[in-house]
Design a protein around this ligand. Structure first.
Ligand code: HEM
Length: 356
């Protein structure tokens, strides 16, 4: 039962069933709400371009248009720029008096700068989308507050897109304009989706990931040395995206021997699936050297994270550089005093005071 509004739903927790559910077209992604007491789970009509909440065939149309822009090769072209952004943030951190808030000075700005760079959006606009993102995943925000934050961001992006129509640049929005297949309305919602999905998640992974490593010094040393599977193991272990994986049954179906009726809702618990002993040995242990797993921290099936190559690249570059720059990095407060985002649908930290 959803704690806030009492809606009943199916909680899917095994690795096998989570993957089956997420790959099954009978489960719809057009589900909204459930994150605030005033907005119970319901099926919705997504805005044009908001393909995260769409099903086939509309979802596939957008996904095909964007996939080519997010390949490993395309993301690797961003590597030098990401390295530069990370180095600049570390330089700035080094100049500050201790303790420094790692979230405000590093974990949040790095992915924000990267996604702005990728989209071709001025970084000065970040306050707008950071606020919209925070409100969007805040389970205590009212639907009016979330809608207002999104509307402000949408209006801002509409202006930016109009300017780019006049003079398209080489960044993603400019390229999509040049490809010519999308309306301004679609471009606004694609940009909102990429901005929010692209920085909130990575920022939380960097904050929480650093805290986790500080409490596992042996693993921290391996990450600093460049353990190749570290990003995926941190993604699996932390499973920060968990409470937003809602689906609605479009027809009667059976899953794991249970009869599910059309119109009922399900929540795929990525964290439970990623700690399923069927997935890997000793799943509650953090082991950045473990063989590659089929974890679902980046989702599974048609909606599997579009930005996964970028996410891995950012995590790898940012964590290694941080740990190499500050070999004596440590938390400046005890673990139970680190403010955890308890009302957010994506796990993360409000702040992480560090010293070195
Ligand atoms: C570390 C960070 C990240 C995590 C843990 C993460 C996780 C996820 C998950 C679980 C989904 C599936 C949602 C669903 O099935 O309903 C998803 C989808 C998505 N992600 Fe990520 N993500 C991360 C980073 C990024 C980045 C950096 C970007 C963009 C640049 C991005 C863009 C997207 C988009 C656009 C979708 C929707 C895909 C679709 O509906 O086809 N994500 N992500």
């Amino acid at each position: 039962m959803m704690p806030l509004d009492g809606t009943e739903l199916w909680l899917v927790t095994s690795h096998d069933l989570v993957r089956r559910m997420l790959a099954d077209p009978r489960w719809s992604s057009t589900v909204d709400g459930g994150l605030s007491p005033e907005q119970p789970l319901h099926m919705t009509q997504p805005e044009p371009g908001m393909f995260l909440s769409m099903d086939a065939p509309e979802h596939g149309r957008y996904r095909r248009m964007l996939t080519a822009h997010f390949t490993v090769q395309r993301m690797n072209r961003l590597r030098p720029r990401i390295e530069q952004i990370v180095a600049e943030r570390l330089d700035a951190m080094e100049r500050l008096p201790h303790p420094v808030d790692l979230v405000a000075e590093f974990a949040l700005p790095v992915p924000s700068l990267v996604i702005c760079e990728l989209l071709g959006m001025p970084y000065e606009d970040r306050a707008e989308f950071q606020e919209a993102a925070r409100t969007g995943v805040d389970m205590t925000a009212s639907p009016e507050q979330s809608d207002a934050a999104m509307a402000r961001l949408g209006a801002h992006l509409a202006k930016l897109i109009a300017a780019k129509r006049e003079e398209p640049d080489d960044a993603l929005i400019g390229e999509l304009i040049r490809e010519g297949a999308l309306t301004d309305g679609e471009l606004v919602h694609i940009s909102i989706l990429l901005l929010l999905a692209g920085h909130e998640t990575t920022a939380n992974m960097l904050g929480l990931g650093t805290l986790l490593l500080l409490h596992h010094p042996d693993q921290l040393a391996l990450v600093r040395e460049g353990a190749p599977g570290a990003a995926d193991e941190l993604l699996r272990y932390l499973s920060i995206v968990d409470l937003v994986m809602f689906r609605g049954a479009k027809e009667d179906l059976t899953l794991g021997g249970r009869e599910i009726r059309a119109g009922e809702f399900g929540l795929a618990s990525l964290s439970a699936a990623n700690r399923d002993p069927a997935l890997c040995e000793d799943p509650d242990r953090l082991d950045v050297t473990r063989p590659k797993t089929a974890h679902v921290a980046l989702g599974f099936g048609p909606h599997q994270c579009l930005g996964q190559n970028l996410a891995r690249l950012e995590l790898e570059i940012a964590l290694q550089a941080l740990l190499r720059r500050f070999p004596g990095l440590r938390a400046a407060v005890p673990l139970d005093e680190v403010p955890v985002r308890e009302n957010a649908a994506i796990h993360g930290l409000h702040s992480l005071p560090v010293t070195w």
